[in-house]
Design a protein around this ligand. Structure first.
Ligand code: SAH
Length: 335
C-alpha cells in the first residue's frame, strides 16, 4: 500500500474484502473511496481468472468449473456437495508433467505452475458460491479441500505450501479453513514428501499408488522408476508420524491391469498394521484409451483381499463422470 501511495490501513481492508467476504469486485469495496478502487485492484487484486463455464450434475450438487487464466491457460476445479459436507477439488498446475497413462491431464503434459493466488482463488470463488446459495440445498460452508485436480501439487511445492497457509490462516490474513480438512495428493515425489512432513501441517496426505509392485507401477506412475513403492510408502509413514494423520492410499482400479486379487493381497501385506486408508477409484476411462473400470466381481474380490489384512478400504463414489469430471477431461475437450 505504501509503495503505491496508499494508506497502510487499506491493506487490512482489502484483505477483509477478499478473505472474509470473498469480494474481489471493486464495486463491493464500499469502505474505500471509489476513486482509489481501480488503482488498488490493478496493483493488488487484479482479475486473475475468469469462468469459461460451469457444468453441473447430481441435481446441481456437483459443479465443475472451467477457468481461463490471464494468459489463456485452462484449469478446472470441482465442487461436490454431500448431505454432511462440501468438498472442493482444486488444481495446482495447468496440465501435469507426471505422464501417468490413464490420466487425461497427464496426456497433454505440463503447461505451467499455478501461482499461489490462482490456487487460492478457486477456493474463494467456491466459498462465495456456497455462501450465496448458488449450489442447491441452501447456503453452506466449505468443509474439505482436495488437491486432486490438475497437476502434481508437490511439483509446485512452494506455491502449494503458501496456498495452504492462505487457506488456513485466520481472517483477514487467510480463509480460516481447517488444515484437517485439506488433502494433498501426490504421485510420490519422495524428497518433497519429506520436506512436506517438516512443515508441521495437520493436512492429510494421499499417495497415488495404483500398484503394489514396482514392475507394474513403473508403467502406471512413471515417476516410480525414480522412487520405488517401498520408498514412497516409507516417506508416507514418516508423514503420518509427524502429522498424526492417517495416510490415504489412492488406487484406480483398471480392468485386468492392476485389479487382480493377488495384487490386492500384496497391497494388504504392505499396509497391514499401519494407520492408512485405501481409497479405490473405479477408473474413469479417458477418451481414446483402451483401459476401463474393473468388473464388479473383480472389484469385490480386490476389496476383500485388502480387508483380509485388517486394512480399511472403501470404493470411492464416482461423481461427475457425465460432466467429464475426471482429471483434465474438461480442459482437454476445450483445446
Ligand atoms: N497428481 C496428483 C493429484 C492429481 S490426480 C496425484 O497423482 O495424486 C488425483 C487422483 O486421481 C490421483 O490418484 C490420480 O491417479 C487419479 N486419477 C487420474 N486419472 C484418473 C482416471 N482416469 N480414473 C480414476 N482416477 C484417476
Amino acid at each position: 500500500m505504501a509503495e503505491i501511495g496508499e494508506k497502510p490501513f487499506r491493506a487490512k481492508q482489502l484483505s477483509q474484502h477478499y478473505f472474509a467476504r470473498y469480494a474481489h469486485d471493486p464495486e463491493q469495496w464500499t469502505d474505500i473511496p471509489a476513486g482509489a478502487r481501480g488503482k488498488l485492484q490493478e496493483a493488488l487484486l487484479p482479475e486473475l481468472m475468469t469462468v469459461v463455464r460451469h457444468l453441473s450434475t447430481d441435481q446441481g450438487t456437483t459443479r465443475k468449473t472451467l477457468w481461463r487464466l490471464f494468459d489463456g491457460t485452462l484449469v478446472e476445479s470441482v465442487l461436490m456437495r454431500y448431505p454432511d459436507r462440501v468438498t472442493m477439488c482444486i488444481s495446482s498446475q495447468a496440465g501435469c508433467g507426471m505422464n501417468c497413462p490413464f490420466c487425461a491431464t497427464g496426456q497433454a503434459g505440463l503447461d505451467r505452475n499455478l501461482s499461489t493466488a490462482e490456487i487460492v482463488h478457486q477456493i474463494v470463488d467456491g466459498m462465495r458460491a456456497l455462501r450465496d446459495g448458488e449450489v442447491p440445498g441452501g447456503p453452506a460452508r466449505l468443509s474439505n479441500i482436495v488437491f486432486m485436480g490438475m497437476g502434481e501439487p508437490l511439483a509446485n511445492y512452494k506455491r502449494v505450501v503458501q496456498s495452504i497457509r492462505a487457506l488456513t490462516d485466520p481472517a483477514p490474513d487467510g480463509l480460516g479453513l481447517s488444515q484437517r480438512g485439506i488433502t494433498v495428493s501426490t504421485v510420490g515425489l519422495v524428497p518433497a514428501i519429506h520436506r512436506f512432513a517438516d512443515e508441521g501441517f495437520k493436512c492429510r496426505l494421499a499417495i497415488s499408488l495404483h500398484a503394489p509392485d514396482d514392475e507394474l507401477r513403473d508403467t502406471l506412475v512413471p515417476v516410480n522408476t525414480r522412487w520405488k513403492v517401498r520408498e514412497v510408502l516409507d516417506a508416507g509413514f514418516e508423514y503420518v508420524e509427524k502429522s498424526g494423520r492417517r495416510l490415504s492410499i489412492e488406487y484406480a482400479l483398471i480392468r485386468d491391469i492392476n485389479d487382480q486379487a493377488w495384487r490386492g493381497d500384496r497391497l494388504g501385506r504392505l499396509l497391514r498394521g499401519k494407520p492408512v486408508h485405501v481409497n479405490l477409484i473405479p477408473l474413469n476411462p479417458t477418451p481414446g484409451s483402451k483401459w476401463t473400470a474393473s468388473r464388479p466381481e473383480d472389484e469385490k474380490a480386490f476389496v476383500e483381499a485388502i480387508a483380509a489384512h485388517g486394512v480399511p478400504v472403501t470404493v470411492r463414489d464416482t461423481r461427475g463422470q457425465e460432466i467429464d469430471g475426471a482429471c483434465g477431461q474438461l480442459a482437454a475437450g476445450e483445446r
